[in-house]
Design a protein around this ligand. Sequence first.
Ligand code: ZN
Length: 297
Amino acid sequence: MLPASVQLRDVGPRDGLQPEAPVEPAARARLVELLVAAGLRHVEVAAFVSPRAVPAMAGAAEVVAALERHDGVTYAALVPNDRGAELALAAGVDELTFTLSASETYNERNVRMPVAASLEQLEAICERAGAVPVDTVVSCAFGSPYEGEVDPEDVMALVRAVYDAGSARVTLADTTGMATPRRIDDLLDLTGNDVGLHLHDTRGTALVNAYAAMLRGVRRFDTAVGGLGGSPFAHGAGGNLATEDLVHLCDDIGVATGVDLDALLAVSAWLGGLVGRPVPSRVAAHGPRTRRAAGEG
Ligand code: ZN
């Protein structure tokens, strides 16, 4: 049975813009404001990472400082370590998203430490964060570009360790688009449905995976406006599930998102201008199903 509503966390200003040529902090803050105006209530606004490693995320504190605060709106920032958490908390974010990986090699490439060291960082971060919730995003939860198959039992063991370290929530990430509905089912059988999902469309399965997860009662999804994004540390990662593609589906099947699709499509078009090319979202390209272009059969 489908849930009555789902909560979307738009990761466009972070994950979406991460592999792009650097965009000024003021324009990234503008993107966040436009998303909030379109109805998004949860936005990952920045990453507190080394600007040398990820030049597109430089100026994270400036982005946060430029944001207007709104009741009921949560601004999250990604942190790879305790130093990043310290900076993000000082900037005044509402939630930390901490990233570690079910793949040892990916963890080494992405955050330059073994998974065990990431867990130690997480413990320190949760202690430091106090009342600010930490959502741990377990990347490569459905497969690794380096190690291939990842055993759901191993992912579940990591999920347990993440909660033991003090994480408030867990999000399972399909970093390189290796999930299928069958793999979603296999992992949810172990974790239960009180998890977030962060899906990538590398192999065209992001939307069908989201649908499969909703049928299992999952209610939290990371999506990126326009379907931009992809890890710079995983070759051919492919874009995130596009926010407008999921909203478009949810609108038609009766799952509330709180997002105004027309307003979001305007943001998506604006974003295409910002990055200098049309965004990958299918709904952005073709319009909602009820909008028939002239001459279309
Ligand atoms: Zn992503």
